[in-house]
Design a protein around this ligand. Structure first.
Ligand code: MG
Length: 378
């Protein structure tokens, strides 16, 4: 896709702020910010957003100040998603808001934390889903307005929170029935999952390379596109140190993936022949996606990261430690609900204390979880 000769090619698919289904509690229009700009600003000022700084992305905090945490990861997703939205011609502010809010429901200790909370909830025949938790944060846990609970975000942002990474199944949960479970989300929300993948596949490679998890030859052997770009970079900058050559290569890998995302999406939109937001919603499949060759590079990167990084001894050890901490805290609060903070204690007394414990732990940062654990159990 060449944006130079296709000015805003899919502007007709843009979900413009005036098309919004609105907020739960009606509010007057702002004199100079659109509804989606207001939502973006509300997310940025939320406490749960600030807590992302102290939540692990992949590498635990405290090992190095250069690794991504969930906040800097979120900023990278927002930057990639905005570029994609702007080039396609869909709403940049809605896209940015969805990117900024996409991980707001993430529990401490990344996927290990989420998996363990899910395991705990399965004992009660329930589950834990970070997107649903994110929805509860913006709907009720954030308490900063006098006239309503939560952030009173527009329908489209709430819909994007629950649908950014998967389609809903009609009837799966009464909480989700309002979010058009039979429809696809608009292009703005479809962008997020892919922008997220491009961001973390490349960022995790960067962090893991700095941490010495693999050599250049190893990643070259596993990811042919990386290898081709590396060769060209070496030829162009033969005197540059390896770390700089790596970064030059990585930058072009990001570019390859984002270009593949733009081209793949443009092709799918054209093939589907959709011309309005409603047609995007009613189309049986999502339209945002990578070209086959960019998707292959993405898969190779992911496989390599799983093998050499996510399932490495170091990270597995860290994961076991976090899982144990969360499991012990959960059991402790089940046995001692009186030790929950007062707000949660009151809710726990009204019943379903496992849900209250789950929400409390899910909202913790890594640092807070560790402190509470040390205080109560270490
Ligand atoms: Mg993410």
């Amino acid at each position: 896709m060449n944006p130079a000769n296709s000015d805003k090619p899919f502007a007709a698919l843009r979900l413009r702020p005036e098309m919004s289904r609105g907020r739960r509690y009606p509010e007057l229009a702002h004199p100079y910010r659109t509804e989606f700009q207001r939502d973006r600003d509300r997310v940025i000022h939320a406490r749960a957003f600030r807590r992302l700084e102290n939540k692990t992305q992949v590498f635990p905090a405290g090992v190095s100040d250069h690794f991504r945490n969930r906040l800097t990861h979120t900023m990278e997703v927002a930057q990639i998603a905005r570029t994609v939205a702007a080039t396609l011609g869909v709403d940049e502010d809605l896209t940015e808001t969805l990117a900024l809010v996409h991980d707001i429901g993430h529990p401490p200790f990344a996927h290990a934390g989420e998996d363990e909370l899910r395991r705990q909830m399965e004992r009660f025949g329930e589950t834990f889903d970070h997107n649903l938790h994110g929805l509860r944060i913006v709907e009720s846990f954030e308490a900063r307005y006098a006239r309503f609970p939560g952030l009173n975000l527009t329908f489209e942002v709430r819909e994007g929170i629950v649908k950014h990474s998967r389609d809903l199944t009609p009837g799966e949960s009464p909480e989700l029935d309002a979010y058009l479970p039979e429809q696809r989300p608009p292009i703005e929300a479809q962008i997020i999952d892919l922008a997220d993948e491009v961001a973390y596949n490349t960022a995790d490679l960067d962090d893991a390379y700095s941490a010495g998890f693999f050599t250049i030859d190893e990643v070259r052997g596993a990811v042919p596109a990386f290898s081709d770009i590396w060769e060209a970079v070496e030829m162009q900058f033969p005197g540059a140190e390896e770390r700089v050559q790596f970064l030059e290569t990585l930058r072009q890998v990001i570019n390859l993936l984002v270009s593949g995302l733009l081209d793949g999406t443009a092709n799918a939109i054209q093939a589907a022949g959709v011309a309005t937001v409603e047609e995007v919603r009613r189309h049986p499949r999502r339209l945002v996606g990578l070209t086959e060759s960019a998707a292959a590079t993405g898969r190779e990167l992911k496989r390599f990261l799983h093998r050499r990084v996510y399932n490495s001894e170091e990270l597995l050890r860290e994961r076991h430690r976090s899982v144990r901490m969360i499991a012990e805290l959960f059991a402790y609060y089940e046995a001692n609900p009186d030790r929950l903070p007062s707000l949660y204690r009151d809710q726990a007394e009204e019943g379903h204390s496992h849900r209250v414990i789950c929400s409390y732990i899910a909202g913790m940062t890594d640092g807070y979880c560790q402190r509470i654990y040390n205080e109560l159990l270490a």
